[in-house]
Design a protein around this ligand. Structure first.
Ligand code: MG
Length: 459
């Protein structure tokens, strides 16, 4: 039996008083309707977004952040340290129905995500499903000669709220533990404020009245209560109730509220899946594989001045009363940038790849070095995002030449102009560069790894 599985580590003491019940038995008819509508619309418009034939019929299997929606909740619950976890699956989820594709997918997900969970076949209504789960707990206790005292509470999750955070589970658990220690028959419910104005409507849909929203709240799950209390109330009631709070309130029990959260939004239609997807992206909850990583690196170079009448900076020849010494064309701007790119590529530095002792690089156009560094970066999975150079020289004044340099760098790297910066500064006569003994350059390069760059970022 799962509870006695010796391979399972003991739950942390904080939640060992409580069992988790995940209600996964809902029909999801409104979701199914919206999924069918999306399929028909996409087919009529011949679009592939979302792929019409890939929408699963069960909302708990809807793709969310790169995995089935239910998997998010399974992972949160598995990590919380409950005494036992029960999954209430759709009615008729049994061996005879395992050939059914939807049930198979749900069964595979559950067995891999929550291998120790107790599976229970659901009932017609939410409360029937919960009653079956509580009876399964009771039966297992009886079999193991245990009483309810060892884990007397239960936390009930609506599986259609897949992004419930571990913080909210902890909030509900903390309040439940306090009530449990005082042996109170009480219920804990997470609530959120009503932000829209509320109207009462007639059966015909006509607006009859405005309702003050100040004292209204929306109830979410998980809700927690003593399982003996829920078992007794569920067996005694003939009325249909929407949740544990309603059941407990009807019996005159204490109900305590904790703060709910936007992420616990319930999937009712396909639009809710899109809304949750947006929340996931906003909180960086996307799978790591889909998240780009940005890195930056710097480079520096300096060349001594020599006799001559021009110098090459960032691929542009500039008239000057001197030139620069170097084995290649001595382009300090391109050398500094090449070093920054090589660093991003994890490919050493410019001296490693293009040593000044190698005759093939004598008088070479340094654009070759920059191009090779960009190739090496691409081979390392990186795509250059921006480049920035600061040239350090007293003379000549660069003026419009800086624009020509940006244009040349954009040509060499395929970046748009706004992603390339070229600046120049004098050294106010200070130091070797200030005494015009040489020209230096600082460069910064940024690259994106792990995701393809949208085409509109490039020319
Ligand atoms: Mg150099």
């Amino acid at each position: 039996m799962p509870y006695n599985n010796p391979s399972r580590t003991e739950p942390p003491p904080f939640l060992s008083f409580c069992n988790a019940v995940l209600l996964c038995a809902g029909e999801g008819s409104r979701y199914l309707h919206s999924a069918r509508h999306a399929t028909e619309t996409a087919t009529a418009q011949k679009t592939d977004t979302p792929p019409p034939n890939k929408l699963p019929p069960n909302k708990l299997l809807a793709p969310l952040g790169g995995k089935p929606a239910l998997q998010h909740l399974c992972e949160s619950v598995q990590n919380a340290g409950f005494a036992r976890i029960l999954l209430v699956l759709p009615q008729h989820f049994n061996e005879e129905r395992r050939e059914h594709r939807e049930h198979n997918a749900l069964g595979t997900l559950v067995s891999t995500s929550l291998p120790d969970a107790i599976l229970v076949e659901g009932g017609a209504r939410r409360q029937d499903s919960l009653l079956k789960a509580l009876e399964a707990l009771e039966a297992q206790d009886k079999k193991n000669d245990l009483t309810q005292d060892h884990n007397p509470w239960v936390m009930v999750f609506d599986a259609a709220r897949p992004l419930v955070s571990s913080e909210m589970i902890a909030r509900v658990a903390q309040r439940a533990k306090t009530l449990c220690e005082r042996s109170l028959e009480a219920c804990v419910v997470p609530l959120v404020s009503v932000v829209d104005s509320v109207k009462r409507v007639s059966k015909q849909g006509r607006v009859c009245a405005s309702v003050a929203r100040e004292d209204l709240r929306l109830a979410q799950t998980p809700q927690a209560a003593p399982r003996a209390l829920l078992l007794r109330l569920l067996r005694d009631t003939s009325a249909t109730v929407s949740d544990e709070t309603q059941l407990c309130l009807a019996a005159g029990c204490l109900v305590e509220a904790v703060e709910g959260e936007a992420a616990a939004h319930k999937i009712t239609t396909l639009a809710d899946v899109a809304l949750l997807e947006g929340l996931l992206e906003g909180s960086s909850g996307r799978p790591a594989s889909a998240m780009p990583e940005y890195r930056s690196a710097t480079g520096f170079d300096l060349h001594k001045i020599a006799e001559g009448a021009s110098l090459r900076l960032c691929g542009v020849d500039v008239a000057a009363p001197f030139s620069l010494q170097g084995h290649s064309d001595a382009d300090v701007g391109l050398h500094a940038l090449t070093d920054a790119l090589l660093s991003l590529a994890g490919a050493g530095d410019i001296g490693d790849l293009f040593p000044p002792t190698d005759e093939q690089w004598r008088d070479a156009d340094s654009a070759l070095f920059l191009s090779r560094a960009t190739e090496l970066l691409a081979e390392a999975g990186g795509q250059v995002v921006s480049l920035d150079v600061t040239l350090l020289l007293e003379t000549p004044h660069l003026g419009q030449a800086k624009l020509a340099m940006r244009t040349r760098l954009a040509e060499l790297t395929g970046l748009t102009m706004e992603r390339v910066g070229v600046k120049a500064t004098t050294l106010e006569g200070v130091g070797a560069l200030g005494r015009k003994e040489g020209v230096g350059a600082f460069a910064t390069a940024s690259a994106r790894f792990g995701a393809s760059m949208p085409l509109n970022n490039f020319r």
